[in-house]
Write a protein that binds this ligand. Structure first.
Ligand code: PHE
Length: 457
């Protein structure tokens, strides 16, 4: 469907919810959430994460959707329209730049999932493999420059292909079919995982909070994870909101997206932690390789593990794809709206840029010593990008967006936008209180806390 300006519109409310949930649900839930939980002390981190989804994530999501639907523009254009001639457009630009940056390293990990799908169907994991061997296979794979860069390339091409198709024809159609299948598969794997030997140990770590484990870093990471997982703080939801029909109730849509996204993350944890204790790995030592090292060992233990393994990595690739699509769409909509570029040209330029920017990340897991262990920082390029863009930039973005709606654009304008066509703004008092006080103040305190304690990464 097209509007009079030739921009796309979601075909239906369900179409939007699934597409936005597709943006939110991705590697953030299944790859990042479990290892972040492992590194940050388990259940206490999970509670903080859920708290941040409710207190900060959901209110910021409503704010972003309202900005997007009101202006029907990309993040830069949206801020310019609502606050002409002010510095607020910089927030939009920061968002667009963050989007390109996240797209570049995210596609590297997404490329690994495609690689693992290929490995599974070629039978590499069909016999039972010990965790050390699984670790070795992973390191060899991500340390090989040809496969790391090659799969990055492949993934960007997939993303470009869907984004060229546009909003309802490309993005919406795909997500509608594939997201429900992922959900079912995840449930089946979780059932297998919680019935493994030693499952209880992992479940205790995941579900029984130990509040002594909370530090400044844990709190900052939980907030960063909540925003990353919900695709907030960089305008992805402004962009997706710009395609929502004026008839839809934004609060209901936002509620569904937050609910689905959090549910999938929690289920992914239920799948990972019992398996971790079964294989004998320590959660604290988990890192970005976690799902890739762990899961092949479980598939080998399952009847029909080959099918489950192949299905899992395939659908994880798809979940990642529906997220990279939204990342690319932010910049593409910016070029189309602001520079009046043709969609195809914008997609081509963005793909080349994201690919080039992704190369240092692709080489930072062993292929190049320099990128793997950056001078002075002593961390890999990918980890650095993940911390700076995936945590801090989104946190700053969410802070500024809440200030913008509360104090610049104004609560009244948001209410008007949401209540169009007699729609009810559910929890409106809660929302107003959150964006005026809790979001800005809490984010500010957390930031200062991290800086003072020096727990940046
Ligand atoms: N939310 C996505 C995920 O969980 C990642 C993402 C972040 C997508 C920011 C768009 C914007 O995988």
């Amino acid at each position: 469907m097209q509007t009079s300006q030739g921009r796309g519109v979601w075909g239906s409310r369900m179409g939007f919810v699934l597409a936005a949930a597709g943006s939110a649900i991705g590697l953030g839930n299944i790859w990042r959430f479990p290892y972040a939980t492992g590194q940050n002390g388990g259940a206490a981190f999970v509670l903080l994460y859920i708290l941040f989804v409710i207190l900060i994530g959901a209110p910021v999501m409503i704010a972003e959707l309202a900005i997007g639907r009101n202006t029907q523009l990309n993040p830069v254009g949206a801020f310019r329209k609502l606050a002409p001639g002010s510095l607020w457009t910089v927030v939009g630009m920061l968002g667009v730049a963050t989007g390109v940056g996240i797209l570049s390293y995210y596609s590297v990990i997404a490329g690994w999932t495609v690689g693992y799908f290929v490995k599974t169907i070629s039978g590499e994991f069909s016999t039972i493999i010990a965790k050390d061997i699984s670790q070795q296979i992973f390191e060899n794979f991500v340390g090989n420059p040809y496969s790391a860069v090659g799969y990055l390339f492949v993934f960007i091409i997939f993303t470009a292909y869907v984004v060229v198709g546009g909003v309802s024809r490309g993005i919406e159609r795909w997500t509608k079919i594939l997201m429900p299948i992922l959900f079912i598969l995840l449930i089946l794997l979780t059932i297998r995982s919680v019935t493994l030997n030693n499952a209880a140990e992992g479940l205790v770590f995941y579900l029984k909070p130990d509040f002594t484990k909370i530090t400044a870093g844990t709190v900052g990471n939980a907030l960063g994870q909540a925003l990353f997982s919900l695709s907030l703080g960089m305008g992805a939801m402004i962009t997706y909101g710009s395609y929502i029909s004026k008839r839809d109730n934004l609060t209901i849509s936002a509620g569904y997206v937050c609910l689905f996204d959090t549910l999938i993350a929690i289920i992914a944890g239920l799948m990972i932690f019992p398996a971790l204790s079964f294989v004998g790995l320590k959660p604290e030592e988990s890192g970005p390789g976690l799902v890739f090292v762990l899961l092949p060992s479980i598939f080998a233990e399952m009847p029909g593990g080959f099918i489950f393994g192949a299905g899992f990595f395939l659908l994880l690739s798809v979940a990642a794809l529906t997220s990279t699509i939204s990342l690319m769409e932010v910049t593409v909509s910016y070029m189309v709206d602001e520079w009046k570029w043709k969609r195809v040209n914008a997609v081509i330029v963005m793909s080349i840029l994201a690919f080039l920017l992704g190369i240092p990340s692709a080489l930072s897991t062993g292929a190049s010593g320099w990128f793997t262990d950056l001078p002075l920082l002593h961390m890999g390029f990918l980890d650095l990008a993940n911390a700076l863009l995936g945590n801090y930039s989104l946190t700053i973005g969410a802070f500024l967006i809440s200030i913008f709606v509360a104090y610049k654009w104004g609560l009244k304008s948001v209410f008007k936008e949401i209540e169009l066509n007699q729609n009810i703004f559910y929890f409106n008092k809660f929302w107003a209180f959150m964006v005026r006080f809790i979001c800005p103040v809490a984010i500010f305190i957390i930031f200062v806390y991290i800086v003072i304690t020096g727990e940046y990464f």
